[in-house]
Design a protein around this ligand. Structure first.
Ligand SMILES: [Fe+2]
Length: 310
């Protein structure tokens, strides 16, 4: 019972056509403002908006009973919602985007054959060159894995998403950054304090570290100056990562091999992750400053203030 998957997000940008081109370029399937992977279509919906922003988060639950119990929990914390077309629509009163919850089948994406590799005592790639070298094209992103947003009211946001919507906390960093999940992924939603609500990054899962590094390298070669951080492996979530910037200014992450939490009781939530021991086990040790203040943050703040504050 309950939430089991992140279905997708809607992003608002001033130039949707440019973002269309970006999703096509990185190997997603779709067209005209709706993009996804082969097995998860329409995970990214693009709308025109005056400044870049998150507009909707879509989450899957198991049954209609889940929708009814969510309505009750939301009422308990004073938040309204509306059931329409079999989905629960929740306007987030703090961050001013929408949350949509809908019943869907429980399923992971289909497996593709892993690339063979040679490890000491376990030799699988015999008489062959590496898969990443001989496969005819890069392995594309497989799905949207998580979303990270900033909020100017972390406590109200925490209450809405944890007590109301039903996300579970996996880990907490710096006392106020909540890594939360609506599936066995270590995190599908990370909420952090920020001057105004905004989309910090979205992350796409790839098959393996070769796919992460090859895809990031190809993008960087074609788009100088878009590197943000990586490669590395996060302590929180365990995923290997490489962060880049999309043409709208939002960061995107290629990741592989994230922690999976299948037994909630057995998982030990660590609430005391510090800044110095949580960014990467190898590679760059510290989180780059740009993460806390993207180049366009003043524009985003001005947009928020113009359209949402007051
Ligand atoms: Fe991430």
């Amino acid at each position: 019972m309950g939430l089991h998957r992140l279905l997708g997000i809607e992003i608002g940008v001033p130039d949707p056509v440019r973002l269309d081109g970006f999703y096509r370029e990185i190997g997603l399937a779709g067209s005209d403002g709706k993009w996804g992977s082969e097995s998860c279509p329409n995970q990214f919906v693009i709308a025109e908006a005056p400044y870049r922003q998150l507009r909707e988060i879509r989450v899957a639950c198991e049954s209609e009973e889940d929708l009814a119990s969510t309505v009750q929990r939301l009422e308990g914390i004073g938040i309204g919602s509306e059931t329409r077309d079999g989905k629960l629509h929740v306007p987030d009163p703090v961050n001013k985007w929408n949350i949509v919850i809908e019943p869907c089948n429980v399923a992971d994406i289909p497996a593709v054959p892993p690339r063979e590799s040679n490890r000491p005592g376990e030799r699988n790639r015999l008489g062959k060159r590496p898969g990443v070298m001989v496969e005819p094209s890069l392995r594309p992103p497989r799905r949207l894995g998580h979303v990270v947003f900033g909020t100017n009211d972390i406590l109200a946001t925490h209450k809405l998403y944890i007590e109301g919507i039903g996300f579970k906390i996996s880990d907490i960093a710096g006392g106020l950054a909540f890594f939360t999940r609506c599936s066995p992924d270590h995190h599908n939603l990370l909420m952090t304090p920020a001057p105004v609500p905004y989309l910090n990054h979205y992350a796409m899962e790839l098959d393996d570290i070769d796919a992460v590094c090859a895809s990031a390298t190809q993008y960087l070669n074609a788009h100088e100056g878009t590197h943000i951080a990586g490669p590395g492996r996060h302590q929180i979530g365990g995923n290997m990562f490489w962060y880049l910037r999309d043409p709208s200014g939002t960061f995107f992450e290629y990741f592989a091999d994230m922690d999976r939490i299948v037994d909630d009781e057995a998982w030990e939530v660590r609430e005391d992750w510090g800044i110095e021991d949580s960014w990467s086990l190898w590679g760059e040790q510290n989180q780059p400053q740009v993460f806390f203040a993207p180049d366009d943050i003043e524009e985003v703040i001005a947009g928020w203030n113009q359209y949402h504050s007051g």
